[in-house]
Ligand binder design. Structure first.
Ligand code: 4GS
Length: 235
């Protein structure tokens, strides 16, 4: 068996369509990945199903309490091997990029921890979680879309999850370049023409044009990626 992903969330139903559709759905069917969802509330100990509380020191909002989160992770680790990497989704995490995705895809088990509305008791971060990941500098209402982003990016790297074309595109991203522009039929849409070079049949010129476009686009839109690429080639 390949990868196992456990998702801890207060809203497991958010993942229904995600786990059964498209590349992820097919990877699940092909048994390349097992995705298990666990409701954190199932580990609450009172009859109200309490999973959060007001912050010590005051202030707005609620904080996810340690007990159900620790017990959920401990339960999952008892239920199946290996212990896996426990990963919290939060804007305070290390920004996700393709090298990080490749590293996660090499694991046997990932435990993704999603908060909703509220923050986490800091002791979850310091004494339960192995790693904290952010999908970008913006605020979601819950970690669930971030867990889906991580899962999607990881699953498509599993051998057999996507076709050859998509795999090659992933490889081109390892050059830290954005994609070149693509066109398909018709050659003329409302007077908007496809660049002549792509219709020339000259594969050398086409490859050179695409490389140039990818470079221009990366320099203009993502100077940060471009700089890192330059630094790498200097080494
Ligand atoms: C992200 C993010 C996020 C933060 C969850 C506020 C609910 C929310 N998680 N990358 N509490 N950006 N999480 O916004 O991962």
């Amino acid at each position: 068996m390949g990868l196992r992903i456990d998702i801890l969330t207060l809203f497991p139903e958010m993942f229904d369509g995600f786990c059964s559709t498209s590349i992820v759905g097919r990877a699940v069917e092909r048994k390349l990945v097992e995705i298990h969802r666990t409701n954190i509330r199932d580990f609450a100990v009172d009859s109200y199903g309490t999973v959060d509380d007001t912050p010590f020191g005051g202030g707005p909002g609620m904080v996810l309490i340690c007990q159900p989160v620790f017990e959920a992770v401990e339960h999952l680790r008892k239920e199946a091997e290996p212990p896996g990497r426990a990963i919290m989704l939060s804007p305070q995490g290390r920004p996700l990029d393709q090298p990080a995705v490749r590293r996660l895809a090499a694991e046997q088990r990932l435990i993704l921890l999603c908060g909703h509305y509220e923050g986490f008791d800091e002791r979850i971060r310091t004494h339960l979680v192995d790693e904290e990941i952010s999908i970008g500098d913006f605020v979601l209402s819950g970690g669930e879309p971030a867990a889906m982003a991580v899962t999607d990016a990881v699953v498509r790297l599993l051998p057999g999850a996507v076709g050859k074309e998509a795999s090659l595109r992933e490889e081109s991203f390892s050059d830290r370049l954005l994609e070149y522009p693509q066109y398909t039929r018709p050659r003329d849409f409302r007077g908007l023409k496809v660049p002549d070079v792509l219709l020339s049949g000259d594969h050398g010129r086409i490859a050179a044009w695409r490389a140039e476009q990818a470079h221009l686009r990366t320099r203009r839109r993502r100077p940060d990626l471009w700089r890192r690429r330059q630094e790498e080639s200097d080494e």
